[in-house]
Design a protein around this ligand. Sequence first.
Ligand SMILES: Cc1cc2nc3c(=O)[nH]c(=O)nc-3n(C[C@H](O)[C@H](O)[C@H](O)COP(=O)(O)OP(=O)(O)OC[C@H]3O[C@@H](n4cnc5c(N)ncnc54)[C@H](O)[C@@H]3O)c2cc1C
Length: 402
Amino acid sequence: MSTTNTLHVLVSGGGIAGNAVALQLLRAGIRTTVVERAAEPRPGGQAVDLRGPSREVAERMGLMPGIRRYQLDERGMAYVDSNGQEFARMPSEMFDGKGPIAEIEITRGDLNEVLLTELATVGGDLDYRYGEWIEGLDQNDTGVEVTFASGGTDRFDLVIGADGVHSATRRLAFGPEEQFATYLGGYMSFFTMPTPTGSEPGWFKMHSVPRAAVGIRPDAEPATSKAIITLRTDADPALRRDVGAQQRLIRDMLAEAGWVAPAVLSAMATTPDFYFDELARVDMPTLAAGRVTLLGDAGFCGSPMTGMGTAMAIVGAYVLAGEIASTPDDLTAALTRYEAIVTPFLAKAKELPGGGIKMMLPTSRLGSKMARAGVKLMTSRLFKPVMMRMMTDTDDYELPTY
Ligand SMILES: Cc1cc2nc3c(=O)[nH]c(=O)nc-3n(C[C@H](O)[C@H](O)[C@H](O)COP(=O)(O)OP(=O)(O)OC[C@H]3O[C@@H](n4cnc5c(N)ncnc54)[C@H](O)[C@@H]3O)c2cc1C
């Protein structure tokens, strides 16, 4: 994939999607500007899975040496009760890398670091701006006039909105978030904390109570772990951007959880990378509005419950950059092909394994007991074929080569 052209592409958002597409555009000789709203790279996030097509893309993009440096030692997943007593265990090899633990696991923050390291050395015409975002978009047949928060304006041939589930680019070019996002019944939070004493190295452990679950997942460093919290509750718009209110909700809902919940709640107050967001699904009728297109969570999000957000972001980035580079002088055709090629992959990747939050987090003690019995049964080797059918399998997706 190499070409020379005069295109100038603006990417809004420096997450996995934005950085991956920027890298591929630069490799294709395309002038690229990235604006990231945060003042610096955003750390944080738990392990993300690379399997099937997303692993193949990571290989084709030359990311594997970097990924291997940060690859997590995850040996399996287990369920514990409020005393930390284990009642179900799934070693990672049990589902041949297709289960909850994929063959390649890396934290979201580390994967972003791998992409940023590649971007720093890729060469080409890259302008990367932190603390900047789009405030206005005005497009016609020849380009998009962009007004930035810092006050400047610039003209681009194409704008890629890779600015996450609450995408401002989507709002400006396609319409309000409510038109495209569906609340899936809860919130999730991820953050780094000191590894609780007595933790079993390499094991991802989960515990649930009515309406809430808390998990501890290995980090790249043994001294730290990732806390994962899932809450089943009605949507509350007041929670957005109010970290105090978000942490109060978590404290209330995990107050009686037992196990490592007290250590998790105490670490939450001082963690450097607290992340909290609603579980939402994003469905767009189309990924292109003239010279503006969407990528990653901005355009297709199934929520962290799918475990496929990063896979969709990097497969989408690879295809989008590949199609733009194939016909740089016909962006409409490139965007049409991008959408047609990624849609079958997205349809599968957005499916919720196991039926979503209602199945995962019952609201009563009796429901929790029944869910526990279900987990025991489903994690027994006898039920392996049933579980395998429930897992999202995108291995038969035909990834184009660029
Ligand atoms: C800090 C963090 C932690 C996460 N942790 C997990 C996790 O543990 N598990 C999981 O499944 N998913 C997690 N996610 C979501 C996951 O990263 C995505 O589902 C997936 O990687 C696709 O990424 P994305 O680049 O499309 O979106 P995101 O990862 O959300 O990245 C979007 C980027 O755009 C930036 N941005 C937002 N608004 C604007 C704007 N107006 N202008 C410019 N830039 C903007 C954001 O700061 C962010 O860097 C996390 C996301 C973030 C940001």
